[in-house]
Design a binder for this molecule. Structure first.
Ligand code: 4AD
Ligand code: MG
Length: 431
């Protein structure tokens, strides 16, 4: 008998098939019983009718606890009311393991602290499954988009000798006789790769010892970072815009069921179309101050500031020309206005905050050396990076898109912790 995936039931209407999975839910009413089986690819209702199956299997269901591993056989048929449009008329059940009775997560509401402690089991629920499935599609869309545009995937290292995004959020570790840091961003290495390959991207975990406990911060998060030689600030923003539109379009097309499970208002996602609006940092400051923010010209924007700005737009907005002094050492000053940089943050709509940070990089040999000194970074650790400005330096730009922030926005999650399978949070590393 053919073993099928629940995600493919539609191809097996009226067929007698087998599904290998777990018992998600059940209820009985006399001569008819219902179960929900999940197999990782989806959730399917099974109907057990006493008169249409062997009694031993009909009775077996009552003995099974939640999350027992089971193999069921039956006939797939159309069922309008089911989310997938199908159900199974169950004929036999084989028990692989009857789970212990005390399965901690029931399908009623639990507090978040409780669920976080059982994250290893919480992942099995329908909502978490939908979120992480959307994440998979987002990642797929990113690789597809960048590879179609001729970007080569060149990984940056995780263990690094120096900081990329400031020294205050580094995770330090021993490296034989030396110290090493977990990377905050693959960007610096990407710049070397871009000078070797033209258009590149890295995609990996990045680490920030952020002492902030917000709904937008993780200690470990995934970032995709494209970088390209002979690429201007404007080219860079254009690429971001096209990437974000492509991601949203792909999710809308690939994940209608998941978005429905999450009760996501897809009409808001459908508005994510080119062109994206541009707001200068100067004008952003005026807007947020009007709303009572205490942020002054020269400060980086806070999460609340970003939320205020995002309420003005129905699609992501670029905030550009940040003050040089609040941004990273590598950002290129605008020649017309050197107190500001050719850098932009892309702010998601609906109050989800910054999803991308990027811009043009300093390509001048003397200026990059000056900046490294001004930021009190140890020049010897950056010698290789300075070399890139010595041997065939060109204008180049790039950006980093945070995967979990993007997932949180597209799935409309109240907190970023649900956007990754095993979130690393402030003071919390279990499970
Ligand atoms: O703006 P950031 O710090 O930019 C960089 O790291 C650049 N070096 C990237 C580059 O140009 N190649 O971080 C980029 C993005 C943010 O916009 C946000 O989406 C995400 O990474 N991010 C975080 N996500 C979750 N938790 C955190 N603590 C994050 N910090 C940044
Ligand atoms: Mg940023």
């Amino acid at each position: 008998m053919e073993v099928i995936s629940i995600s493919e039931v539609g191809k097996h209407d009226t067929e007698h098939v087998c599904i290998k999975g777990w018992l998600y839910n059940q209820r009985s009413s006399g001569k008819i019983k219902f179960m929900v089986i999940r197999d990782g690819t989806g959730f399917l209702q099974g109907t057990l009718i006493k008169s249409e199956m062997e009694e031993q299997y009909f009775n077996l269901l009552d003995e099974l606890h939640y999350e027992s591993s089971i193999v069921v056989e039956g006939v797939i048929k159309k069922e309008q009311r089911a989310p997938s449009g199908y159900e199974m008329l169950v004929k036999t059940i084989r028990v692989v393991q009857n789970a212990q009775e005390d399965y901690p997560i029931s399908l009623k509401k639990h507090g978040v602290a409780f669920l976080m402690n059982y994250r290893h089991l919480w992942l099995r629920t329908q909502r978490q499954n939908a979120i992480l499935r959307i994440r998979v599609e987002i990642v797929k869309a990113i690789h597809h988009f960048l590879q179609q545009r001729g970007f080569y995937l060149i990984e940056s290292p995780i263990l690094t000798p120096a900081a990329c995004e400031g020294t205050t959020t580094l995770f330090e570790t021993d490296y034989f006789e030396d110290k090493a840091y977990l990377t905050q961003s693959g960007q610096l290495y990407n710049e070397a790769s871009a000078m070797a390959f033209g258009k590149v991207y890295c995609f990996g975990p990045t680490f920030r010892a952020e002492k902030s406990k917000t709904r937008r911060h993780l200690m470990e998060f995934w970032m995709v970072e494209p970088e390209a030689a002979y690429f201007s600030f404007e080219d860079n923003n254009q690429l971001q815009e096209e990437l974000v539109v492509a991601i949203v379009q792909h999710v809308l097309q690939a994940c209608p069921l998941e978005l429905k499970i999450l009760e996501r208002d897809v009409s808001l996602l459908e508005k994510v179309q080119s062109p994206f609006p541009y707001l200068s940092y100067d004008d952003a400051i005026k807007i947020i101050q009007k709303h009572g923010s205490s942020t002054q010209w020269g400060d980086d924007l806070t999460g609340e500031d970003e939320t205020i700005v995002s309420k003005y737009y129905d699609r992501p907005v670029f905030i550009h020309h940040f003050p040089t002094k609040c941004k990273a050492f590598y950002m290129k000053p605008d020649p017309e206005r050197p107190e500001t940089v050719l850098g932009a943050d892309l702010i998601a709509p609906e109050g989800f905050g910054e999803i991308i940070g990027g811009g043009e990089r300093i390509d001048d040999y003397q200026l990059i050396k000056d900046r490294i000194r001004e930021h009190q970074l140890p020049e010897e650790d950056y010698q290789w990076y300075i070399d890139l400005r010595k041997y065939g330096s060109v204008p180049h730009s790039g950006f980093g898109l945070g995967i979990e922030r993007t997932v949180a926005w597209i799935c409309n999650l109240p907190h970023i912790r649900e956007a990754i399978a095993f979130p690393r949070m402030l003071h919390k590393i279990y499970p």
